[in-house]
Design a binder for this molecule. Structure first.
Ligand code: NZQ
Ligand code: ZN
Length: 390
């Protein structure tokens, strides 16, 4: 078991009516709030009006129009400018992972005088940040409980995963009812994203029975509850369990004591959504089964036993079958589950063809360390996985 040094400082305020605690939770951080949100879902649902009402005695500046795969220019830059101009005390993100991530980058940029891109790329360390808080409206990324922000830059086709302990949300308000309005497409993509977060921590060399059991249970929970949410978008129990499972995704708790896997599917998907602006969870669902097959062929001694454990404990595949057959069935079951919840399962269906595969594969290995992944991947391996996913 590996050493670790772990902390997640975020207060989680979970359940029906949790939004009512907003004023009490935010008050200690100051009066001037940057309210950040996306393309309008919070106006349609009435959440925007509710937040404004709850913050009636605060000074509010607004940043709207944050897009999925949030953009450095204009959203991060505009948010930083607003924070400095209005002397903002706290950034309040209301929305999905994209709004949260953008808000974290803004919070760091607001306390920095140089080029904010240097912070995001890690060229300069993040010494300080404004506090960030959020009201989450989409269960998927786990951004509400981690210190990551994923920011895209369209001029360079970069999609960078930024991390700083300074940008963990100080509190996250998680009311499952706020996710009732999430579309089937985003519900399925959120499930695939969260499942992949679990897999990126499960498929690695050194793990524990404890972590394996938690991960397997998370995967079963995510699949069952995604199906229930799709059948009835207002199923509170299912939305609630899904929201909590997604929250555990990226803060490391599932991998305490494990070796680091390298998170290869995320490295590859970030290039797909950087170049083609696709939905993150869909990109992951498409490439995951092909990554599984590729690494199984490359390193069968390491990969087949993990796929067998996963196949038996997550999908209930007959443990008495030959090992290779169980592994094959596990890969098939992964693909078939994603297809069954309505995810397009080829890159062509999301508008990606072979024309930029070589360029994207190079970009992946230059920006993401896959040499030290559980099964190391070269640019040629990444290109092969992309081709298989077409
Ligand atoms: O923009 P609005 O109008 O709010 O609409 C959004 C958006 O169109 C909509 N939506 C959100 N809540 C809704 C809703 N529609 C109806 N009802 C609601 N309650 O859903 C659409 C997608 O939103 P987005 O925030 O982009 O989705 P998600 O939460 O999946 O975030 C994806 C981003 O997070 C990054 C991804 O790469 C991607 O950029 N990730 C962040 C991570 C992190 N910080 O830890 C880890 C992840 O692996 C991931 O990379
Ligand atoms: Zn993800």
């Amino acid at each position: 078991m590996q050493n670790f040094d772990y902390m997640t400082p975020t207060r989680l305020i979970f359940g029906k009516g949790a939004v009512d605690k907003l004023s009490e939770a935010i008050r200690p951080y100051g009066k001037r709030v940057l309210l950040a949100y996306g393309g309008g879902s919070i106006k349609k649902s009435g959440l925007y009006d509710k937040v404004k009402m709850l913050l009636a005695d605060f000074e509010i500046a607004e940043l709207s129009g944050i897009q999925p795969n949030p953009k450095y220019d204009p959203s991060v830059l505009e948010g930083v400018r607003l924070c400095k101009e209005k002397k903002i005390d706290i950034v309040l993100a209301v929305g999905g992972g994209s709004v949260l991530d953008c808000s974290k980058a803004i919070a760091a940029g607001a306390k920095y005088d140089g080029d904010v891109w240097d912070l995001i790329t890690g060229v300069k360390p993040t010494q300080d940040a404004l506090p960030v808080a959020d009201i989450l409206t989409l269960a998927a990324t786990g951004s509400e409980y981690d210190g990551f922000a994923v920011i895209s830059r369209t001029d360079t086709n970069d999609k960078i995963g930024y991390f700083s302990p300074k940008v963990y949300p100080v509190f996250s308000i998680l009311d499952p009812e706020l996710t009732f309005s999430v579309s089937k497409k985003q519900t399925a993509a959120g499930c695939a994203d969260a499942m992949n977060h679990v897999m990126e921590q499960y498929f690695t060399g050194d793990t524990t029975l404890l972590n394996d059991g938690i991960c397997e249970s998370m995967l079963r929970s995510l699949m069952a509850n995604a199906r229930a949410c799709l059948a009835n978008p207002e199923d509170y129990r299912a939305r609630a369990e899904m929201m909590l499972a997604c929250t555990y995704g990226c803060n490391g708790i599932l991998a305490l004591g494990n070796t680091y896997s390298g998170w290869p599917c995320h490295g590859m998907e970030h290039a797909l959504s950087a170049y083609y602006d696709i939905t993150h969870g869909e990109g992951l669902a498409i490439i995951t089964p092909h990554w599984m097959r590729h690494v199984m062929e490359k390193a069968p001694d390491a990969v087949v036993p993990r796929l067998v454990k996963y196949g038996v404990n997550v999908f209930g595949i007959d443990a008495t079958l030959p090992l290779r057959e169980i592994a094959e069935k596990a890969i098939r079951a992964t693909h078939d589950f994603f297809a069954s919840i309505g995810i397009p399962m080829t890159l062509r269906e999301v508008g990606i063809d072979e024309s930029r595969i070589a360029e994207m594969a190079r970009h992946v290995v230059e920006g993401w360390d896959l040499k030290d992944a559980w099964v190391p991947l070269s640019a040629a391996d990444v290109a092969a996985i992309f081709h298989a996913s077409l």
